[in-house]
Unconditional design. Structure first.
Ligand code: C5P
Ligand code: MG
Length: 160
């Protein structure tokens, strides 16, 4: 009998002028981006934590400390691939990922398909099994004031 488990992930990063805006491994044209030790891909980080959470394998900072020079400006898809490998080693396969990016601007909907495709390719999933949603924060709080971005994710895994 197959055993399903779910994991949840959340992340936030500050916005900074002149930094690249990378979401789900896709570079979004913007005059500001996300600040962080790695490429600060807030969506990839939330999904990485959702995968780790589903298999109860700790969190992203445990596997990739932000004090480690190896992860300076790192492509966060490396973290996602590593989490996927750990989930597989634990005897599970990923079934589905749902996610939300909360960012006031720029508009992201034109990049939805590219982000889904990149994440699906990285996770070995069909595009139909990768959901990416976008929300503003209605000008409220740090996200709404354009000072930060957040991402949330839920991952479903199944015992192999
Ligand atoms: O936050 P709100 O409900 O106003 O978002 C309306 C729509 O705008 C969402 O359905 C989403 O697809 C899109 N959106 C976007 N880029 C953002 C925020 C929202 O494309 N940064
Ligand atoms: Mg992060």
């Amino acid at each position: 009998m197959s055993e399903y488990r779910t994991g949840q992930g959340w992340d936030t990063h500050r916005l900074e002028a002149g930094r690249a805006l990378v979401l789900g491994g896709v570079r979004i044209p913007s005059d500001f981006g996300l600040a962080g030790h790695s490429d600060a891909d807030v969506l990839a980080h939330a999904i990485t934590d959702a995968l780790l959470g589903a298999a109860a394998l700790g969190d992203i900072g445990m596997h990739f400390p932000d004090t480690d020079p190896r992860w300076k400006d790192a492509d966060s898809l490396v973290f996602l691939r590593h989490a996927l490998a750990l989930v597989r080693e634990a005897g599970y396969e990923v079934v589905h990922v749902d996610s939300t990016v909360i960012l006031e601007r720029p508009k992201l909907k034109d990049f939805r398909q590219a982000i889904r495709e990149k994440l699906a390719e990285t996770l070995g999933l069909e595009v139909s099994s990768v959901s990416v949603k976008f929300k503003t924060a209605e000008r409220l709080g740090p996200v709404g004031e354009g000072r930060s971005a957040e991402a949330q994710a839920v991952a479903t895994i199944r015992k192999r």
